[in-house]
Ligand binder design. Structure first.
Ligand SMILES: Cc1ncc(COP(=O)(O)O)c(C=O)c1O
Length: 378
């Protein structure tokens, strides 16, 4: 299976404690997980939600996007990034990505700015930091908000500063394959008290602050509904996992670095592209290790490699097919893949190999041997 998380005994014991205490929903463990993450990322506020998708949606609302406002996003990302903008009633505008980093190209961002542009949504792809110097100066010049999609970027730093702290909001994912998992889960980071408060309220039906405490031992408290909100809150059962995962984030990163370096060594001579070197002045979260399989160079196609690895019980992923290939976006916005040639090519050639800290040396050896065998059959 691709992306199996490494779950330790402390997580298991903490979940059991929540079960025994019979407090499953939002409560003290969510608060503790938020505090641990705020400290780790160095932000004033961290608001837990039930997915990164939910966090992106609420961030779009909290920064004040209005109908027909435009938001600039990369053509190489997961559909959730785009959908969040559409659900907020705004209009997504795509830009192509850089061939080395797969991150949104700041030069293209400049070209797509219109009088309606209100925000930029950079995605730190695979865990590699976007050029936040360039993007923040574009935002400053044009008075744009920034929401950073940090689904891949829990550990990521750009020139010594943690990602998720450059914009108005940064949004994390704790989905089961991510660098910290809670099963499903997400968190919005911000230094803005109003944004944090609004996201907290919107995540729980639009009820006034701390409504989750209404059934606690402190006695029943009335609440007021102050906005038409959503049901996006995180449960204590999920936070019970996350609050221990975060304590091992560095250890798991170190293990992924070992695997990454082994892959780099093993695949350097193969007729495929390996990830660009890690930048020395930034910290890569090492979330996805991707090969690009160009069928003109390689003996097999990307899809054939996936099938052959699957036959050998090695799970892979495709992160991602480019956004404009999907029919719904073509229908809604008239996007055509050829207009985003780099994203389109990456989407046709990319394959992600297993990179979980759970992999044993034996597993890594199996992945290497199988990949080399398929790509270098002679
Ligand atoms: C770049 C990106 N953004 C957003 C998401 C959505 O995350 P979640 O599954 O937590 O909603 C993902 C999930 O894979 C992602 O890769």
């Amino acid at each position: 299976m691709f992306g199996q998380p490494l779950i330790g005994e402390p997580e298991i014991e903490e979940v059991v404690k929540s079960m025994r205490a019979a407090w499953l929903g939002t409560g003290p463990k969510v608060k503790e997980f938020e505090e641990l993450m705020a400290e780790y990322k160095g932000v004033k506020y961290a608001v837990a939600v039930n997915s990164c998708t939910a966090g992106l949606h609420l961030s779009c609302l909290a920064i004040g996007l209005q109908k027909r406002d435009e938001v600039i996003l990369p053509a190489m990302t997961f559909c959730a990034t785009i959908n969040a903008v559409i659900h907020a009633g705004a209009v997504p505008v795509l830009v192509d990505v850089e061939p080395e980093t797969f991150n949104m190209d700041p030069a293209h961002v400049r070209r797509k700015i219109s009088p309606r542009t209100k925000a930029i949504m950079p995605v730190h792809f695979a865990g590699r930091a976007c050029n936040m110097d360039e993007l923040t100066s574009i935002a400053r010049e044009h008075n744009l908000k920034i929401i950073e999609d940090c689904a891949h970027a829990i550990e990521t730093e750009f020139r010594g500063r943690k990602t998720g702290t450059f914009g108005d909001c940064g949004v994390l994912s704790f989905y089961s394959t991510k660098n910290i998992v809670t099963g499903e889960g997400g968190m919005v980071l911000t230094n803005n008290a109003d944004i944090a408060k609004r996201i907290k309220t919107l995540a729980l039906h639009g009820m006034s602050e701390d409504a989750w405490k209404r059934f606690s031992d402190d006695g029943y408290k009335h609440y007021e509904v102050v906005e038409v909100g959503y049901k996006y809150n995180m449960m204590d059962l999920q936070a019970a996992i996350g609050m221990h995962q975060i304590k091992r984030v560095e250890k798991h990163w170190q293990r992924r670095l070992e695997i990454w370096q082994n892959y780099n060594k093993a695949f350097a001579g193969l007729p495929v592209s390996i990830p660009a070197p890690l930048e020395i002045d930034s910290l890569h979260a090492l979330h996805l290790y991707t090969l690009l399989v160009d069928e003109k160079r390689a003996p097999v196609t990307r899809d054939h490699l996936i099938t052959e690895l699957h036959k050998r019980k090695i799970g892979t992923g495709v992160h991602y097919r480019a956004i404009p290939v999907h029919p719904v976006y073509q229908r809604l916005f008239g996007w055509r893949p050829e207009e985003y040639p780099v994203a389109h090519q990456v989407g046709r050639e990319t394959v992600s190999l297993p990179l979980s800290a759970k992999l044993t040396d034996e597993d890594v050896k199996d992945v290497i041997e199988a990949t080399r065998d398929i790509l270098n059959p002679n």
